[in-house]
Write a protein that binds this ligand. Structure first.
Ligand code: MFK
Ligand code: FAD
Length: 499
């Protein structure tokens, strides 16, 4: 078989390898304290956690419907590595940091920096963490009182034995984007003030969660429900088992067979009699969760790009073609440089959103900050989701054929990137969310954006003036735009059907 064996790309400490991350934190954070934590965590990710992530990939979860004696148990069996990820997440404060707020307005930047280092090695554990963070945020914004105070404490703890993760069960067969008309789950009031839920949730990720937030239509005394968004309420439910290990009030239909995110269980669930207490604000309440999970999504997208660039850069110092290392081929370096530019842009956009979130949560946000956060959250999610697929795909090509080989661990990066533009709102749905934010704020989010661009030192400030003016006109044109799009769409379908 010959004597040549190619050296593989080596994952080094992702914090130390990331000059932009370190530079950004040094420039913005008032204290140096998180540096030692991030550096130590980066070391742990490279030397230990990355292998666990791989183990999650090759040992995907499986569903055991029945015990040996034929009783229905619906056990979701996950790998030991997946369980270690849960303990690690608590110990490292991957959710807690955002709620301890030891670094004031910079706490979110610190937390997301840690997740950014962790994400590509996490075996998709960042998914339950995103939903856990989102659930804590919803509980906090609704008010941390009984019975959810215990849950809040568990979601935000650093103690592994107490730590809980949460699900976010919104999607039903009829509607993932349009949950307002797609949700058929009904909540039947019980005499003790709780509700029993009856319905079928079509996508439930990280189904091994300890609790969930979900949407349902509460029945009134006559058994009637209200259609549309106004009829939806938000429910909290604990996922518990009886002494025999059977899930209480939940039936797991099957685990999904997915393109990627295979490390993590995504189930179809029948909710039947799950005892929940109503929180009562439906879509608007879960919007707080969406803000957090969309920021996590953006962080994971930037992280996927960074990881593939780091590995490709390393590989360029080890692989020789046409008599010289890849790093000495200007064309190859141009490709890597383009990936680097995309990655940097994504990182800076995401970190700015995290900065704004941190300011809002610490009572430091100006009106401008609040508008920017509302506008940039969907923009960052939709843009970085698309970027991640393109950059990671390009990244795979930079390893040549090896980029396509499963046990290098590289193809998984692309599979897992593909979901980032789909879940948590598809690109078009988020584009509409941007329009919603413009309309609801009477255009103030766009004014905030252009003002921000000025404050942040746009080189040609005067050129922004016409743009600011255009924003006023744009609002009235929005209606026309939507109208035109709506009338042209059927035309497109007719055209496509022609020979
Ligand atoms: C690695 C990281 C991974 C992250 C975790 C991944 C695992 C989870 C995977 C999932 O995919 S979970 C499911 C995610 N599902 C979605 O993202 C749903 C996509 N659809 C939307 O986003 C729709 O826009 C939405 C369902 C939210 C609303 O559609 P509607 O029914 O047309 O909403 P409408 O009537 O305009 O708004 C209802 C209320 O919500 C309004 O408030 P009010 O009732 O007070 O008037 C809106 O202002 C509010 N709202 C909607 N979107 C909002 C929002 N408020 C703040 N921010 C938003 N983005
Ligand atoms: P549809 O809403 O049917 O969308 C189909 C297409 O139509 C999309 O291209 C969309 O952009 C477009 N479209 C829809 N509406 C509009 C519009 N108004 N204008 C223009 N275009 C539009 N959901 C959960 O609740 N919890 C989970 O844990 C969860 N985990 C998931 C895990 C995975 C791996 C995946 C793939 C999905 C998961 N989802 C989960 C579901 C996910 O959030 C939805 O699939 C997603 O929101 C899209 O909804 P849908 O599948 O119903 O697509």
């Amino acid at each position: 078989i010959g004597s040549f064996f190619q050296e593989r790309p080596v994952l080094k400490n992702p914090f130390l390898e990331d000059a932009l991350l370190r530079g950004y934190l040094r420039r913005h954070l008032p204290q140096e304290a998180p540096f030692s934590d991030l550096c130590a965590f980066g070391e742990r990710v490279a030397n230990e956690v990355d292998d666990w992530g791989r183990e999650c990939e090759v040992t995907p979860p499986r569903l055991v419907h029945f015990d040996p004696w034929g009783r229905r148990v619906d056990h979701i069996v996950t790998s030991p590595a997946w369980k270690r990820m849960k303990d690690l997440s608590a110990q490292e404060g991957l959710v807690a940091i955002g709620y301890e707020r030891s670094f004031g307005e910079w706490s979110r930047v610190y937390q997301m920096s840690k997740l950014y280092i962790f994400s590509p090695s996490s075996g998709l554990y960042t998914c339950p963490l995103a939903m856990t963070d989102g659930a804590a945020k919803v509980i906090q914004s609704i008010g941390v009182s009984w019975p959810v105070d215990e849950a809040y404490g568990r979601l935000t703890t650093r103690q592994p034995e107490r730590f809980w993760t949460s699900g976010q069960w919104m999607t039903e067969r009829q509607g993932g984007s349009d949950v307002a008309s797609g949700t058929e789950t009904v909540a039947v009031p019980q005499t003790d003030g709780s509700y029993k839920l009856h319905g079928f949730k079509w996508f439930t990720s990280a189904t091994d969660a300890d609790m969930t937030l979900t949407l349902a239509r509460a029945q009134d005394r006559t058994g009637a429900t209200t259609p549309g968004s106004r009829g939806l309420s938000l429910f909290y439910g604990e996922v518990s088992r009886d002494e025999d290990g059977r899930l209480k009030g939940i039936e797991v239909q099957r685990l999904k067979d997915k393109l990627g995110t295979r490390q993590m269980p995504t189930a179809e669930l029948l909710l039947d009699g799950l005892p929940l207490s109503e929180e009562g604000k439906g879509v608007a309440s879960i919007a707080n969760m969406l803000t957090i999970t969309r920021i996590h999504n953006s962080t994971s997208a930037a992280a996927a790009m960074r990881r593939v660039v780091q590995l490709a850069r390393d590989y360029a110092t080890r692989r020789t073609a046409f008599g010289k290392l890849l790093k000495d081929h200007p064309l190859h370096m141009q490709t890597l440089a383009r990936m680097e530019v995309e990655t940097r842009g994504a990182f800076l956009l995401v970190m700015d959103v995290c900065r704004l979130l941190g300011r809002e949560e610490n009572g430091m946000a100006t009106q401008l900050d609040a508008h920017l956060l509302r506008l940039l959250t969907p923009v960052a999610k939709l843009y970085t989701g698309k970027q991640a697929v393109a950059v990671v795909s390009e990244g795979l090509e930079s390893f040549g054929g090896q980029g396509y080989i499963e046990d290098t661990g590289l193809p998984g990066l692309l599979r897992d990137a593909q979901v980032l533009s789909i879940w948590e709102g598809t690109t078009n749905v988020l584009s509409l969310d941007v329009l919603r934010s413009v309309a609801r704020s009477s255009g103030m989010v766009l004014h905030a954006y252009f003002t921000h661009a000025k404050v942040r030192g746009a080189s040609n400030v005067s050129s922004l003036a016409p743009a600011v003016k255009a924003v006023d006109g744009a609002l009235s044109e929005l209606e026309d735009f939507v109208q035109i799009a709506a009338t042209r769409a059927p035309g497109y379908l007719e055209l496509a059907a022609r020979d």
